[in-house]
Design a protein. Structure first.
Length: 320
């Protein structure tokens, strides 16, 4: 049965369709005969308890010269939609949180929201991995510069990163005794008194296996796709993120990858996190991406998959 599918995403005019996962989802939904509707972050509202959205009918096509057509935007009760794909990229700031609160109301009215709004609020992509200590490398999250310095001294070589970053931005690799450590901590902690900063910083023991890639493992309703995209650092760069020039290479999941996925999957299902990307370096889980996981297009192209199809199979199998 055709569904009404709305997507909340960053401006569709700016995406790169060859690798945009949200676009792959939209193409799949349209191929199945579902009616597409488009909105951006400013298009949500609440009126007297009614969740509203300024929706534009959307048609998509795999044409770099023109990949979408939008109809006239109109304010509608969001509960008229069957499905909302929440695909707004980080940062998960106050406005993002407020959006999820509007989507909560729509969800209570019977709309499938992917991913679950409360799950998006509760599961910071870096902190959530610490809920699975059996899967992670030694990690400290702190605002205290002294504690972070002691962690670096203890482990010898450490990666420092902000709690709200994406795409490899703001990540530092540092060794004990590095004269730049204080400056890095000042940048990440962003001020404060007595060595305590305003912003949490994550310190994670450096994992040498990054040279073989930072693997993105995609899960649909807790079931892992059998291949991961290893994002391999290039040249002198230690970060594997595609956004900073990493090379993507598809690899089969290892037994350890499958074990990590099995450790995490029950909690993902419990929280309604239906489309998730795990980041794994070597034997260790480093992040759990719940907001707008990517890498679908690269894996589809390398292995003849249809990962968006797996997601829509799951969406369509939810009883009305």
């Amino acid at each position: 049965m055709p569904l009404s599918v709305a997507v909340l995403m960053d401006p569709i005019s700016t995406i790169k369709i060859a690798k945009d996962t949200s676009f792959a989802m939209l193409l799949e939904a349209q191929r199945r005969g579902h009616a597409l509707h488009y909105m951006e972050q400013g298009d949500l509202a609440l009126r007297d308890g009614t969740p509203l959205a300024r929706l534009a009918p959307l048609a998509v096509r795999k044409d770099p010269a023109g990949w979408y057509t939008l109809g006239e935007r109109q304010w509608r009760d969001l509960r008229e939609m069957d499905v909302v794909l929440m695909r707004k990229d980080p940062p998960v700031d106050a406005q993002f949180i407020y959006d999820t609160m509007v989507l909560d109301v729509a969800q209570r009215g019977g709309v499938q929201v992917v991913n679950d709004p409360q799950g998006l609020r509760d599961c910071n992509e870096k902190l959530f991995a610490l809920a699975f200590p059996q899967c992670i490398a030694p990690t400290l999250v702190s605002r205290d510069a002294g504690e972070l310095r002691r962690f670096v001294a203890e482990h010898g070589e450490v990666v420092l990163k902000p709690l709200d970053g994406m795409g490899g931005r703001g990540i530092f690799r540092v060794k004990a005794g590095d004269s730049n450590l204080n400056s890095m901590l000042e940048t990440l902690l962003a001020g404060g008194m007595h060595g305590e900063g305003r912003h949490f910083t994550i310190a994670q023991k450096f994992i040498p296996a990054i040279s073989a890639g930072d693997k993105r493992i995609l899960l649909v309703d807790g079931e892992p796709v059998p291949y991961a995209l290893a994002r391999i650092p290039q040249g002198d760069e230690f970060r594997g993120n595609l956004a900073v020039g990493g090379r993507g290479e598809g690899v089969p999941l290892s037994e350890r990858d499958r074990w990590i996925a099995a450790q995490v999957a029950p909690e993902l299902r419990r929280r309604g996190l239906r489309f998730v990307g795990l980041d794994v370096i070597g034997d260790y889980l480093t992040e759990i991406n719940v907001t707008s996981p990517t890498c679908v297009c690269e894996l589809d192209a390398q292995f003849g998959l249809n990962i968006a199809g797996l997601l829509f199979d799951a969406i369509e199998n939810v009883p009305a």
